[in-house]
Design a protein around this ligand. Sequence first.
Ligand code: F6R
Length: 257
Amino acid sequence: MKILIYPDAATASAQTANRIAAKLSSFPHAVLGLATGGTMKPVYAALREHLGRGPAAFTSFNLDEYVGLPPTHPQSYAHYMQTHLFDAIQMPPDQAHLPRGDAADPIAEADNYEVAILAAGGIDLQLLGLGANGHIGFNEPTSSLGSRTRIKTLTHKTVSDNARFFAPGEIVPRLAITMGIGTILDAREILLLATGSGKSQAVAQMVEGPLSAACPASALQLHPRTTILIDVAAAADLRLRDYYDTVHPGGLDDRIA
Ligand code: F6R
């Protein structure tokens, strides 16, 4: 794991966008795995600047979607992607994949998503956020480290963390279709961005804790090309901070493509 610690969230986000843009510049037809959530908003804002009006050549597969929400629902991840990235870069609809939250058969939808990723040649670069409880995608604690795309019940913590995006009184979905941890680990390269003090314990468990289903993100310890981009607030609970600062002072990394 490469650990890059930046002075603030804005720098960590901008560096994440730079890496995605560098990948697309050297490999325009790459297959990207994409994430949603609050952490990614500044990444997509920067990426819109990098990519301009498009049309985009890359293919994308999002990590997850709420079960029960149609793509037009303002809190669906499909809507999030349209708003924060796809509309601006003229992403051709047939190149952008998300599980259908309103599929008549969500189990078949999850199975078909796995097949579609394989048919596209697998994911070249997977972007991840991190849940405060250590989840990646919606793989909540105790998810199998070998899991594939499937339906997961969200924890109360995740539901309450996400409630801020829904209107007061609106029911927050309790189920999601998510790529599995095994699916994520199949990506050729992974970038994980986590910012803010609310993520510091999950970051420490992911990087320095035991490999354990109790912290699904710890599975990234098994992946040969994972880069963790964090700000100093999210780095606060790392015990080996001086080592990371020695190897990559200020998040400096001369190998970014
Ligand atoms: C979203 C996703 C989640 C989020 C995580 C962090 O597609 O897969 O794992 O990355 O819940 O969310 P934020 O960034 O809102 O704290």
